[in-house]
Design a protein around this ligand. Structure first.
Ligand code: ZN
Ligand code: MN
Length: 484
């Protein structure tokens, strides 16, 4: 049987989260606005207007280019990409062609065991072939026989990024999007919400016999608006192409559209080539001159990137990959973790457990982000220290999380106000144990008759009577002694 492999490249369009559009002062994000209410003569391409470049677009694109290890050109140009379409009122899109802001680059992709064909985690380096700034077009919407056009999206700033044909499986393509989305949010340059079109992806797919190095004709999958849909669409297209090749057919360079409702691919049109766009330099805009001074200013606070931080968390704090991955899923969460560890000074894995099990649940339940919590890293560290010192037991510690979050008071203050300190005084616990045994003659008889598992029930009763404050281990040994 012939073994095949897929050759996949992704084209992504990233909507930058600037306040205003790329060449005019209309608001950039109009997701919640009524159609055609967020437009002006510039973004509608009326005659006699001139575009003025939004500086913030360049700055955010530089951050992304730097994160992608791209060479950043000190001089880059805008070009006109000419095509006729109802939602493109100027008849051309202002984009960048041969001298774009970013040149080359790559994204390293750790593919987890669960997404690997043979359950072995590995790293895939995905090369970046194109990274440029451009304006978005409007939206068209078909309803029955009528077509509507909304110009609100015209002139929204985008970065287009095209990878080399380096991805080999549908899962790798999904991982690429997951990591890219993480990176965009980490840098704070895009909301990267695929459902809202902040991150759009087209996939180029071809197949070849495994071991070959040629590139066969590819198809392009368009209109996929979730990571799961990208994975499904690519997996289906790989299967289709293998079936065609096996049947002796040639793959034609189609453009395919993903139909979300039916989970199938439909043929859209045969593809344009780049020459059809008749690119030429945009005469209405000056080139972008990125001086060293400006570039250094943009990059002065450039953060440690998620994958680097993930590796460091494993190395420096001895965290398992699973923990490191979750804790670096979001920048504010990883900051929160490191601040907690710093204030705590104890075992980082313990801090990680509390954070991942309890604090994350609180965050999700309340829809908060870590920076908004009243349970600050310092307070979480304080709770951990109180538990370590034996001042409170673990269950009291866990209940403190909510209490601190609600009141904003320091954990130690709540402990003294509510008298939550652990009772580890032998005679006090002994008195409660005796009380419990005196009240439960049937259980005592059953225990003495051989039902040893009842010890847990006795301990539980002691904990209940002491409102969770008794030292459970001590209570257990006293109970065992009394029951002998
Ligand atoms: Zn405008
Ligand atoms: Mn584009």
């Amino acid at each position: 049987m012939t073994e095949y492999e897929a050759v996949i490249g992704l084209e992504t369009h990233i909507q930058l989260n600037t306040k205003t559009k790329i060449f005019c002062s209309c608001k950039a994000d109009s997701w919640y606005d009524a159609p055609n209410t967020n437009i002006c003569p510039v973004c509608c391409g009326l005659p006699g207007v001139l575009p003025v470049l939004n500086k913030a677009v360049v700055e955010k694109a530089v951050l992304l280019a730097n994160a992608m290890h791209s060479e950043i050109r000190p001089l880059s140009f805008f070009d006109r990409k000419n095509y006729f379409y109802p939602d493109l009122p100027k008849g051309y899109q202002i984009s960048q062609f041969d001298q774009s802001l970013g040149k080359g680059g790559y994204l390293e992709l750790p593919v987890p065991a669960a997404a690997a064909p043979d359950n072995q985690a590995y790293v895939r380096r995905v090369s970046i072939w194109k990274l440029h700034i451009e304006e978005d077009a409007g939206k068209t919407k078909n309803t029955g026989t009528r077509r509507f056009i909304d110009f609100n999206r015209c002139g929204v700033p985008l970065v287009e990024m095209v990878t080399g044909p380096d991805l080999r499986t549908a899962d790798e393509a999904a991982q690429y999007l997951i990591r890219l989305r993480q990176l965009l949010r980490w840098l704070g340059i895009s909301e990267a919400d695929m459902e809202k079109g902040h991150l759009r992806c087209d996939a180029n797919v071809s197949v070849r016999v495994k071991g070959e190095t040629i590139l066969n004709p590819k198809t392009e999958i368009k209109n996929v608006n979730s990571i799961e849909a990208v994975r499904d669409a690519i997996a289906k297209e790989i299967q289709r192409q293998i079936r065609e090749v096996e049947a002796g057919h040639r793959i034609e360079a189609w453009t395919l559209e993903w139909d979300e409702d039916t989970g199938t691919l439909k043929k859209m049109r045969s593809k344009e080539t780049e020459a059809d766009y008749r690119y030429f330099r945009e005469p209405d805009l000056l080139p972008i001159r990125l001086s060293d001074e400006w570039k250094n200013h943009i990059l002065v606070d450039f953060p440690e990137l998620p994958l680097t931080r993930r590796a460091r968390f494993m190395e420096q704090y001895g965290l398992p990959e699973y923990d490191a991955d979750i804790l670096t899923g979001e920048r504010r969460l990883s900051d929160y973790f490191e601040e907690t560890v710093r204030a705590y000074g104890g075992d980082p894995k313990k801090a990680s457990n509390w954070l991942m099990n309890d604090v994350l649940r609180m965050l999700n339940d309340q829809g908060l982000n870590p920076a908004e919590m009243k349970l600050t890293p310092a307070f979480l560290a304080e709770i951990l220290k109180l538990v370590d010192a034996g001042t409170i037991n673990i269950s009291t510690g866990k209940s403190l999380l909510e209490k601190v979050e609600q009141s904003g008071k320091a954990p130690s203050q709540i402990v003294s106000e509510e008298g939550l300190a652990k009772v580890s005084d032998d005679s006090a616990i002994r008195a409660v144990c005796q009380e419990v045994l005196a009240e439960s003659p049937n259980e005592v008889a059953a225990y003495r008759g051989g039902k040893a598992t009842l010890i847990g029930w006795f301990v539980g009763s002691v904990m209940k009577k002491t409102r969770g404050k008794a030292d459970a281990a001590l209570a257990r040994s006293i109970l065992e002694e009394l029951l002998k």
